[in-house]
Design a protein around this ligand. Structure first.
Ligand code: ATP
Ligand code: MG
Length: 201
């Protein structure tokens, strides 16, 4: 005879399966998704590049626009450029202007990268568009928030967009279909461990 624990577990699993099946059959909308990856912890950009890998695995077209990095090259940049030259990979490359705090120059660079992003957001052939570190361009007010939201809303129906960066604001959170916050519980950097090649960049 089966024990009571087994019966209770079975009943619980059956109930769970029923709920999952109901959610699966309720999800009938077939369209691209808007994803915001925010929070203070590590894992936002690397998650975005995980989705780039998934899309490329199926032969889909991808664009990546990075709004902050550029001074230091990264493994993901090298991997994509060496193996998937067909991927549109744009970096703001403000480089030293961040150090010199030249706001006008930074704003001009943000606007010029936004033009690339806007074009990608209008390109029907793109399955996935990553706007890495875009949130800072909005919090610094380098880009006009309503113009960004409008371009995101007007994108092709089947295009998914991943936006990364801390913060993000109410409007961006409202726009997104999926919002995940990566919480910083601890980070190696605070234990004086150097940023690791192939892990952090
Ligand atoms: P990753 O690219 O590793 O997924 P991220 O996109 O979530 O990180 P960013 O704020 O873009 O985070 O930071 C990029 C770099 O800063 C990475 O080298 C990452 O390890 C490091 N980093 C991320 N979060 C923290 C943190 N809480 N404290 C210190 N360094 C961090
Ligand atoms: Mg990042």
């Amino acid at each position: 005879m089966k024990n009571k624990g087994h019966t209770t577990h079975k009943a619980k699993m059956e109930k769970l399966k029923k709920n999952v099946d109901a959610s699966i059959s309720a999800a009938t909308i077939d369209k691209g998704v808007g994803i915001l990856l925010t929070g203070n912890g590590k894992g936002k950009s690397s998650s975005a590049f995980g989705m780039v890998m998934r899309a490329l695995g199926y032969g889909y077209k991808v664009a990546v626009i990075q709004f902050l990095k550029g001074a230091q090259s990264s493994g993901e940049e090298k991997f994509i450029q060496d193996n998937f030259p067909e991927v549109l990979f744009h970096q703001m490359k403000t480089g030293y202007t961040w150090d010199t705090q030249d706001r006008d120059k930074d704003k001009a660079a943000a606007i010029s990268s936004w033009k690339v992003a806007k074009k990608a957001l209008a390109d029907k052939s793109l399955h996935l568009v990553v706007l890495d570190e875009l949130t800072y361009m909005l919090s610094f007010k380098y880009l006009d928030e309503s113009e960004v939201i409008q371009a995101l809303n007007n994108r092709p129906q089947n295009q998914s967009v991943v936006i990364t960066g801390r913060g993000g604001g109410k409007k961006l959170k409202n726009w997104a279909d999926t919002v995940s916050e990566v919480r910083d519980i601890k980070h190696a950097f605070n234990s004086q461990i150097m940023a690791r090649k192939g892990v952090d960049y």
